[in-house]
Design a protein around this ligand. Structure first.
Ligand code: ZN
Length: 54
């Protein structure tokens, strides 16, 4: 399936959260370039922003 971009650990299908770089309600797409895969627990907005976005 892939690895979480936060923890770098393998993801299981049941744990995957597709996070949008640009939220869909702001016009973001479902294209691969707009997605990152994370654990559901790692996909909490605050964690993503603080650890990956500069
Ligand atoms: Zn993770």
């Amino acid at each position: 399936m892939g690895k979480c971009e936060i923890t770098r650990e393998y993801l299981h299908a049941s744990d995957v959260h597709c996070h949008h770089y640009v939220p869909k309600n702001l016009g973001g797409s479902d294209q691969f370039q707009n997605l990152r895969i994370l654990h559901k627990v790692c996909g909490v907005e605050g964690i993503v922003v603080s650890s990956l976005e500069e």
